[in-house]
Design a protein around this ligand. Structure first.
Ligand SMILES: Cc1cc2nc3c(=O)[nH]c(=O)nc-3n(C[C@H](O)[C@H](O)[C@H](O)COP(=O)(O)OP(=O)(O)OC[C@H]3O[C@@H](n4cnc5c(N)ncnc54)[C@H](O)[C@@H]3O)c2cc1C
Length: 383
């Protein structure tokens, strides 16, 4: 039986919320405090399909629609943004490029282990000298008779410390193969020359093992090149369009959590013999939060609907991420303000939300880069 889409999304939200409240909520603050990746919860998530959300069923995935995907990421991030980050990066920029650009042989070889969560995915673009300027990648891949030899260092890799499969962007100018430019290589854990660096000591997202990854004379067969020679930038930009929906949904989840905490506190906390929620300043904060959270949700769902209709959605995904990222910073700031001094203490979750929110304006394209994407689309319209 086909469920009405609205009913389906409500069912998805309810199921994910119940799971996260039961399994993740009891440890949400602890995993942040100890910068600990919660393997015990991840193992329970694997058989439930969290790691194959956008992978077709024939390769072992759940193949859910994009709004359901956004709902899942929002609900995980409402409890732990760091776990939401793991799941969205794995699905949208770790596995989805193989779904979109892989050959049939690559899909059969790599997708089942990604979809089951046996191999957690990562997306390795950023380097010391290549951040917003993705074309500046210095990691290089040189062809020699039976494959490619990769050399370089990637930094700030989400899931880096636990990844089983990495998509590595490398410059192929020196490879002397037709195409040149950038290429994307699928490199699996255990490949000689593929090494994990130290875990970053981050301001937020502390339960995610973000790390450097090293490729030292790392040899992969030709079959591990995703797409064609020179396709790297095109694949990267397409992956980021999809990824931005996930990061927007993550920012929405953080905002929702901060909003709920603020409403609860506004009802409980009394000053001047009244709940602080009776003061108009606090009411205005809550009203603005509620309105902007709705707006972000609708921007995200529009990008999802366009994607599922097979229509261009890049600028809409950029708008959703730009707005939801900024929103999460503003909402978490307000949430701390509403909590007063207690909001600045680790005793209350809003302090964690405040730290987690900021990076949603930085990764998968900074807010400045999102504006570039949006402005390019605006200016390309006929006058
Ligand atoms: C927690 C975390 C997780 C991450 N995960 C990943 C990951 O999994 N994979 C990965 O590849 N990367 C990852 N990153 C890296 C992230 O994507 C980059 O930090 C981001 O793209 C910005 O690059 P940068 O840090 O080099 O900043 P820069 O590019 O140096 O930018 C610095 C500032 O200049 C601005 N700027 C740069 N160019 C322009 C321009 N042309 N016009 C206007 N302003 C400009 C930027 O917006 C920013 O404000 C992660 C980062 C963090 C913090």
């Amino acid at each position: 039986m086909q469920l009405n889409p609205c009913v389906k999304h409500k069912v998805v939200r309810k199921m994910v919320r119940e799971f996260m409240e039961t399994e993740l909520r009891p440890i949400d603050a602890e995993i942040d405090r100890n910068a600990r990746f919660p393997w015990e919860v991840i193992e329970k998530m694997k058989p439930l399909g969290f790691f194959g959300l956008q992978v077709p069923r024939e390769y072992g995935g759940a193949e859910i629609d994009s709004i359901s995907y956004a709902v899942v990421i929002e609900e995980i991030s409402r409890v732990s943004a760091a776990v939401g980050l793991c799941v969205t990066v794995h699905n949208s920029v770790g596995a989805y490029p193989v779904v979109s650009f892989g050959t049939e042989a690559q899909k059969r070889r790599f997708l089942p282990a990604l979809a089951s969560g046996d191999r957690i995915g990562s997306f390795c673009l950023t380097e010391a000298n290549a951040g917003s300027d993705a074309g500046g990648v210095e990691t290089n891949a040189v062809y020699d008779k039976d494959g490619y030899v990769i050399n370089g260092t990637k930094i700030f890799v989400t899931n880096g410390g636990v990844c089983g499969t990495s998509l590595v962007f490398a410059n192929m100018e020196a490879s002397d193969r037709p195409g040149g430019g950038a290429g994307v290589f699928i490199v699996e854990k255990g490949t000689p020359g593929f090494l994990v660096g130290e875990i970053e000591d981050l301001c937020g997202m502390r339960a995610n093992p973000v790390s450097s990854l090293f490729y030292e004379d790392c040899r992969v067969p030709e079959e591990n090149l995703l797409g064609k020679n020179g396709d790297g930038l095109r694949i990267g930009l397409a992956a980021l369009d999809t990824g931005r929906i996930g990061i927007a949904a993550q920012a929405l989840g953080i905002s929702q959590a901060a909003f709920e905490a603020s409403v609860k506190y506004a009802k409980e906390r009394r000053q001047f013999k009244k709940p602080i929620g009776s003061f108009q300043s606090i009411q205005n904060y809550l009203a603005d939060m509620a309105t902007e959270i709705d707006a972000a949700r609708l921007l995200i769902y529009r990008a999802c609907a366009l994607k599922d209709a097979g229509r261009p959605f890049g600028p809409e995904a950029a708008k959703a991420k730009l707005y939801a990222g900024g929103l999460s910073r503003r909402v978490t700031d307000r949430a701390v303000q509403i909590h007063g001094g207690y909001g600045y203490s680790k005793e209350y979750d809003v302090e964690r939300y405040f730290r987690d929110a900021k990076v949603t304006e930085i990764y998968e394209g900074t807010s400045e880069v999102q504006r570039m994407v949006i402005a390019r689309a605006v200016l390309s319209q006929p006058a």
